[in-house]
Design a protein around this ligand. Structure first.
Ligand code: ADP
Length: 496
């Protein structure tokens, strides 16, 4: 079969839906299917998923994508998996049945355990080994919680009857029978030493996690087993795995140190390729594994803005200032500036570089002349200011000049926001032709391992720009606006 008749299937297992996308050799989408699944909220602040539903929707999405592309499954050369990160699953080795619901990354149930670990002085060791901050967000303390809550599961785990995995491992186990993960996912567990590239005994002991349950860590682009025939009628090798944000960095072809991407979704996720050595952050950024192509790790610096597109959602759904998100663009353009208004959308605190969970949202600079348009414009500008703060922190931590950002995510459709981002950060903002960068990244990892693409240069050739926004703001205007933003953040932080 020639390459023209072969395709790569990306499974994109997200927080609210399971998606599958088929790509051809040019990196073009030839079929896709998306299926939402249930969100389970057992208590305030707790979030769970049903692992069986995740698997079922993921398989159905894959079958749907194959049907929509009108191809046969034996035309699929390899599968790449990308997934919501940190979400924790525990299942029986013998039957493959989950013993508890998946505890989702958003779930705060283990924050008390994090406080205990902090009080016991464990934060520095965790930070140095894992590159992460000690937070309930990551998998490790979710397992601590589970084993404390259910001592019977601890006994079974120690007997070697149970297996742990993030969503990638869960899917791989049920699809292929292998118990494996990749370093991008392992690096989000609080259990993995990213410098030594192995599970860490000291951390396992600190968090009370039995070693027997851990998956094997394999290169992100390699071989993770072959799907059982029952799923797609033919056995297909799984050859690429990466957590969603790292897959997006790869899908944007950010292969050189200093290249970065920003995803403008509900929140913003900014990742920068930091090169072959882990870079410690002085600005509360995370150090994490970007990928492992089998020749050593590439590391990344990561920062997130909690409320980005969500501020537009809030103006629309709670404040009633917008009929739809897209309307924000015309409104923002209808005024020359915000008239001195700044909105700091710290609804759930501020992430890096501030890392202040107590601060709350603030609007400053309102006058009798302030209109809806000024307000909406201030909200869009805030997304760009927050991202700019992250980009500057990354540049300082890495010592590398960050001259352009590749953008994706729902709010990247807003050209006003993209231009303001370029202006205020004094960096080019580039939009790709194929916006499904997360799935594309997983496809590239799989396709490289399968020899479908010959190397990174081959992948890079596929990357096509749709649009570029160049900085066009003069230095004094930029400095004035940034000084105002800094004052607005300071006043938000002084109110508590
Ligand atoms: P996620 O994957 O995080 O759920 P998406 O990437 O689908 O999010 O992006 C959705 C977010 O983008 C929403 O918060 C929405 O308010 C915002 N958004 C969508 N379109 C626009 C737009 N044209 N302008 C500004 N924000 C937008």
């Amino acid at each position: 079969m020639s390459i023209k008749e072969q395709y790569i299937l990306a499974l994109d297992q997200g927080t609210t839906s399971s998606r599958a996308i088929l790509f051809n050799h040019d990196g073009i989408i030839i079929g896709s299917k998306q299926i939402p699944f249930s969100q389970i909220f057992p208590k305030p602040g707790w979030v769970e998923h049903d692992p069986e539903e995740i698997l079922a929707t993921q398989i159905e999405a894959a079958q749907g994508a194959i049907a929509s592309a009108q191809i046969e499954s034996d035309q699929i050369l390899a599968i790449g998996i990308t997934n919501q990160r940190e979400t924790t699953v525990l299942w029986e080795k013998g039957t493959g049945k989950p013993v508890y619901n998946a505890i989702v990354w958003q779930c705060r149930r283990s924050s008390g355990i994090c406080d205990e670990l902090k009080a016991a002085g464990n934060e520095t060791e965790i930070r140095e080994k894992t590159g992460l901050v000690l937070d309930a967000y990551f998998s490790g303390t979710k397992l601590t919680w589970l084993f404390r809550e259910r001592p019977d599961l601890r006994v079974r785990a120690e007997r070697g009857e149970l297996l742990f995995g993030t969503i990638d491992s869960w899917l791989i186990y049920r699809l292929t029978g292998r118990h494996a993960t990749d370093p991008t996912n392992a690096s989000r567990t609080l259990l993995f030493d990213i410098g030594k590239r192995r599970w860490d005994e000291g951390l396992l002991e600190m968090l009370g996690v039995p070693e027997e349950i851990l998956p094997e860590v394999l290169p992100s682009s390699g071989f993770f087993g072959t799907t059982k025939k029952e799923f797609f009628g033919t056995a297909i090798p799984v050859r690429g795995v990466a957590g969603d944000q790292q897959a997006a960095l790869f899908g944007h072809a950010c292969f050189e140190p200093g290249e970065a991407k920003n995803t403008y979704g509900t929140g913003c996720f900014t990742l920068m390729n930091a090169g072959p050595f882990p870079v410690a952050s002085e600005h509360n950024l995370l150090t994490t594994v970007a990928w492992d192509l089998g020749k050593g790790y590439t590391y990344a610096l990561e920062g997130s803005v909690f409320i980005a597109g969500a501020v537009i959602q809030w103006l629309r759904d709670q404040m009633g200032l917008l009929a739809d998100s897209a309307e924000s663009e015309d409104l923002a353009r209808s005024v020359p500036d915000t008239g001195g208004v700044y909105l700091v959308p710290a609804f759930v605190g501020l992430g890096a570089p501030y890392w202040d969970s107590e601060v709350r949202g603030t609007v400053v600079g309102i006058t009798r002349g302030t209109t809806r348009a000024h307000f909406v414009r201030a909200a869009l500008e805030a997304i760009a200011y927050e991202s700019r703060d992250l980009l500057d922190a990354m540049e300082q931590d890495s010592g590398r000049k960050l001259t352009s950002i590749k953008a994706d995510g729902g709010a990247s459709a807003n050209s006003f926001l993209m231009q303001f981002q370029a202006d205020i950060s004094d960096r080019c903002v580039v939009l790709p032709e194929v916006t499904e960068t997360t799935a594309l990244g997983a496809a590239y990892l799989a396709g490289l391992a399968a020899g479908y693409w010959s190397g990174l240069e081959d992948v890079k050739r596929n990357w096509r720009r749709r649009r570029e926004f160049r900085p066009a703001m003069d230095e004094s205007t930029r400095a004035g606006l940034l000084a105002g933003w800094d004052k607005a953040v300071a006043s938000a932080r002084s109110f508590r």
